[in-house]
Design a protein around this ligand. Structure first.
Ligand SMILES: NC(=O)c1ccc[n+]([C@@H]2O[C@H](COP(=O)([O-])OP(=O)(O)OC[C@H]3O[C@@H](n4cnc5c(N)ncnc54)[C@H](O)[C@@H]3O)[C@@H](O)[C@H]2O)c1
Length: 288
């Protein structure tokens, strides 16, 4: 996509972190920004910040786990700005633990936001994006969509599914002659609020921690490790710039951290692909 001025980007989970950085980057290119997010106070703060930066933006309280709310967000964006040219399917949460010990509520919440949210977004927004002479869909997955570290079963499953869905969409756009393009964003650690995802966990999908579970201790060690990796991670603005460049260049893979053959991220992805190719057992990649 080459023309941004006066056009419209819609972003889920855009009230903070990577989503807000994308709002800023596309806004700086002259786009109008529609943000759907479940966290009302962060949404209001984001609207004030974007307005102060001279970016025309609207916020819409949206829980991406609900198709009706996603449809309502899409309609609100069209009503406010006349259409949607770029859609960023970005809202996400981090849920972890040993796969067989993670409560069902953790699986339901994580897959509800990270996978069903993306499915709902595709269903509500792709038809809008396809109405224009050029358009783009960006699905936020993760390096966790390319490798599978332990204690992250629900998160890994959701992100691998988002990668698969994005590749599917890529082929479907090509086969149907769509004028839109698709990218999948697979970052490593980024300095955002993802480690505090529980702040948005609904009461009906919350369970008291069961300290008798065997994996509880290792899971919390792992969670602390992830927290520290995230707090020293890449600045979200750098991720947003990579997304912007990918939209301009119609580039599918956005691997913000995997840059050279020798870095930890590239090695992790390649070693997993090699194990599949050579039918050897999966290598352990903790990404720390
Ligand atoms: N931070 C990282 O290290 C990292 C790495 C790889 C991928 N990601 C992915 O990036 C995306 C953005 O996360 P982030 O790191 O900016 O974290 P963040 O917590 O700063 O932002 C996530 C946003 O999603 C919103 N959200 C959560 N549940 C929602 C729901 N049900 N409906 C609507 N909005 C909801 C939150 O309110 C928040 O604004 C996620 O998909 C995440 O999985 C993050």
């Amino acid at each position: 996509m080459q023309n941004f001025e006066g056009r419209v980007v819609a972003i889920t989970g855009g009230a903070s972190g990577i989503g807000l950085a994308m709002a800023r980057r596309f806004g700086a290119a002259g786009m109008k920004v529609a943000i759907g997010d479940v966290e009302k106070t962060a949404l209001d703060t984001a609207m004030e910040a974007l307005a102060a930066e001279g970016i025309e933006a609207m916020g819409f309280a949206t829980d991406v786990t609900d198709q009706g709310q996603m449809d309502a967000f899409a309609q609100a964006a069209v009503k406010a700005f006349g259409g949607v040219h770029i859609f960023c399917n970005n809202a996400g949460v981090g849920g972890g633990g040993l796969s067989w010990e993670s409560p069902l509520s953790t699986w339901e919440w994580t897959l509800g936001v990270n996978l069903w949210g993306v499915i709902h977004g595709i269903r509500s927004f792709v038809p809008l994006v396809l109405q224009h002479d050029e358009g783009h869909v960006v699905n936020t997955a993760s390096v966790a969509g390319l490798v599978a570290a332990p204690y992250m079963g629900a998160y890994n499953a959701s992100k691998h599914a988002v990668v698969a869905l994005s590749e599917t969409l890529y082929h479907e756009f090509a086969i149907t002659g769509a004028k839109a393009h698709v990218s999948v964003l697979c970052p490593g650690w980024v300095n955002t609020g993802i480690a505090e995802s529980e702040r948005n966990r609904p009461a009906h999908l919350t369970e008291a921690a069961d300290t008798s579970r065997e994996g509880m201790e290792q899971s919390s060690v792992m969670a602390e490790m992830l927290k520290s990796m995230i707090s020293t991670g890449m600045d979200p603005s750098e991720v947003a710039q990579a997304v912007f460049d990918a939209v301009v260049n119609e580039q599918f893979w956005i691997q913000t951290h995997a840059k050279t053959d020798d870095d930890m991220w590239t090695k992790a992805v390649n070693s997993r692909l090699d194990s599949a190719r050579n039918r050897t057992n999966p290598p352990l990649n903790l990404l720390v």
